[in-house]
Design a protein around this ligand. Structure first.
Ligand code: WTA
Length: 659
């Protein structure tokens, strides 16, 4: 069920074939030349091995790839430490005084510049503190934090002692947090009292307290004081970061771990109600993230100031705020808050103040800025920018052109990067100075990556035809599994086509052979770049006492890409009996926010006496999606009661859109 609106836009564009050749400036100085593709294709393993050797290994690897489908091992006899690669080696090379992070707090005037030497020292203290709390290599540590430097310190400290971290996005509710803590079987959680968002102090510790009532195995919660708000306290379990980490020793002797030692678990939505713990290991992941960061963003470590606007709680934060950029030793901006805190020009002020050269953000943010108006960026000097990136969802050509003109001053190349939590790093992207770019196209597989577009039988489709995106060879940053569920891993990604990774996205090549991503082909929705499954939201909906049955679809939305539309039937004897529809809908929406996160709140809830079902009892989501997107209804003859759809269509028209 790819996004029809997007597909139509792509169709229109394919006829125009707008194309920007690589700019001369980039061609002259790019980190690689056009032969990189041929070199990598000639021997992808050798090419990746060469990239891997740019890392610091305690024991150099001799084995490159062991592939027993669907299980891959990269560089498996090598050992290394991820935090040494991100910190110690830069300090040892005399770059300790270089700024690693220009951290910008949401409240005006709150900022800190943290050098690589300082980041190393803080990481060592935190590693020592975690060890003193009994955390050992292999133990999982959950991190639930705002966008503050301690979040990065906590991740790197875990990596340093070989304890896989699982960062949970701070927007998740206590219930969602508890599910993930339990699945990861963690005993330690690192959090903060709260964080600043939209000018107010939000509570994180309060969610942790509620979650931990459901997670008796958690012995320790380590709490950073960020906002100074009152917090509940459980003696013996809760510890202040400043009491435990600050006084710990400032140096820490790192151990080297096997390349395949787990580095982290990142939960993401699949097609069922249960989130998947995607796990990544160390050597291949660091190779993939540092190499793609260096080449896709054409990094010049001495002069670039990078800003990836993602949250640390998602994979983009892991790969392109923490591991890729820090392994490459660049200076970054990290911003705590929302784009309109302190004015709708906050981002442009930050870019001007810190002379950001590379901005990596999501289409949903770009569309929001478009809506606010070009006068906000126009009021600032953005001439330091030299490259722009996009990630998280298909970028519509209008947003691409606006980004190029109003943020990039018409001179910055745009890299539209396709990848997933599962892929670990960027997979399909242009290379600045090498490949052309086209508004809306992710263009070509990264060197050393083999992607194909196939039909349902796994046969390649001709250029110009839509199909399913698959990756045909293992790659270094690929997920090594789903935590605790190897069967689901094999099933989800490797069972549709023999020996090929099934991404779940639709795609198409144009007549030049360039790739366009068309959106998900499964029940995964993409709302503002956040991945959510229809089943997960339906599960939350039926948890509401008034809801009998629910069907959820992702419908096109101008700003968020997709928005959640829920069709709901009520129980006969609901406790809300007598309440008006408005109250019931408000209560249902609040319930979903509580069960998952405010990001999962349906844009619209349509109360209907019935849902359209086939004779075998399956809900016809395709029809509901047509209704939600106000499209002409297709074939309804397989329904038990074809009149149901017209009735729902009518209901849709009378329901005013919720906020
Ligand atoms: C979508 C985020 C089109 C896609 C890094 C994918 C994209 C899902 C793009 C992964 C892009 C991501 N163009 N679609 N440039 N980037 N997607 O795991 O549907 O949060 O499968 O990883 O986002 O989302 P995830």
């Amino acid at each position: 069920m790819t996004d029809h609106h997007h597909e139509e836009a792509v169709e229109a564009l394919l006829h125009e074939n707008r194309r920007f050749a690589p700019s001369a400036d980039f061609v002259a100085t790019a980190n690689v030349g056009p032969n990189v593709y041929a070199e990598a294709a000639a021997d992808p393993e050798a090419w990746w091995a060469e990239q891997a050797r740019t890392l610091e290994w305690a024991t150099p690897f001799t084995s490159v790839l062991e592939w027993e489908p669907p299980f891959a091992r990269w560089f498996s006899d090598g050992t290394l430490n991820a935090s040494v690669n991100c910190l110690d080696r830069h300090v040892a090379a005399g770059r300790g005084e270089k700024v690693a992070l220009h951290w910008v707090g949401e409240p005006e005037g709150e900022a800190a510049d943290i050098t690589y030497a300082e980041l190393l020292e803080r990481t060592c203290r935190a590693a020592n503190a975690l060890e003193s709390l009994g955390v050992e290599a292999g133990d999982r540590v959950v991190i639930y934090m705002p966008m503050i430097p301690e979040a990065i310190v906590a991740m790197l400290a875990c990596a340093r002692i070989g304890a896989p971290h699982s960062v949970i996005f701070g927007g998740f509710s206590a219930e969602a947090l508890a599910d993930r803590i339990t699945d990861a079987d963690a005993q330690v959680i690192i959090t903060a009292d709260g964080g600043f968002r939209r000018g107010v102090a939000s509570g994180l510790k309060v969610e942790v307290d509620a979650a931990l009532t459901l997670c008796p195995a958690v012995t320790t919660s380590l709490v950073v004081r960020r906002t100074g708000q009152e917090v509940g306290w459980v003696e013996g379990r809760d510890l202040w970061w400043h009491d435990v980490v600050d006084p710990a020793a400032p140096t820490h002797e790192p151990k080297a771990f096997a390349a395949e030692h787990p580095l982290y678990i990142m939960y993401t939505s699949g097609t069922t109600a249960k989130p998947k713990g995607i796990f990544h290991t160390t050597g291949g992941y660091l190779t993939h993230t540092s190499t793609t960061h260096r080449l896709v963003f054409d990094i010049k470590p001495e002069t670039d100031i990078c800003w990836t606007s993602a949250d640390i709680g998602w994979v983009t934060g892991h790969s392109y705020i923490v591991y890729g950029p820090l392994a490459n030793g660049v200076t970054q901006v990290m911003y705590e808050g929302t784009p309109d805190a302190g004015g709708k020009d906050r981002w442009w002020r930050i870019i001007e103040d810190y002379k950001v050269t590379i901005l990596y953000t999501a289409p949903t943010a770009i569309r929001t800025f478009m809506k606010w108006g070009a006068e906000f960026p126009a009021g600032h000097d953005l001439s330091s920018l030299r490259l722009l990136g996009s990630v998280g969802e298909p970028i519509n050509p209008e947003a691409w052109m606006w980004y190029r003109k109003h943020i990039g001053g018409g001179r910055c190349p745009i890299v539209d990067t396709w990848w997933q939590t599962e892929t670990g790093g960027i997979m399909i992207t242009p290379l600045p100075g090498v490949t052309a770019t086209k508004p809306g196209a992710a263009m070509v597989p990264f060197p050393g990556i083999s992607a194909e577009i196939v039909d349902n039988d796994g046969d390649p489709v001709p250029d110009g035809h839509g199909g399913l995106l698959v990756i045909t060879r293992p790659w270094p940053g690929m997920l090594r599994g789903i935590w605790g569920d190897p069967e689901r891993y094999a099933d989800t990604y490797w069972s549709k086509f023999d020996g090929m990774y099934f991404a779940g996205d639709g795609a198409k090549r144009d007549d030049d052979g360039d790739m366009w991503l068309l959106g998900r082909v499964d029940d995964v929705m993409n709302v503002s770049g956040h991945r959510l499954s229809t089943a997960e939201v339906e599960h939350a909906l039926v948890g509401h006492p008034a809801v009998a049955e629910a069907a959820v679809v992702g419908a096109h939305d101008q700003i968020t890409g997709q928005a959640i539309v829920a069709f709901v039937t009520l129980t006969a004897s609901s406790e809300l009996h007598g309440a008006d529809d408005r109250e019931i809908i408000a209560s249902i929406r609040a319930h979903v926010a509580e069960a998952i996160s405010p990001i999962a709140k349906p844009r619209q809830v349509i109360l209907t006496p019935e849902l359209p079902k086939t004779r075998s009892g399956k809900i016809m989501r395709r029809l509901l999606r047509d209704i939600a997107e106000h499209r002409a209804l297709g074939d309804v003859t397989t329904l038990t009661d074809p009149t149901v759809v017209n009735m729902i269509d009518g209901l849709m028209a009378v329901h005013a859109e919720d906020d």
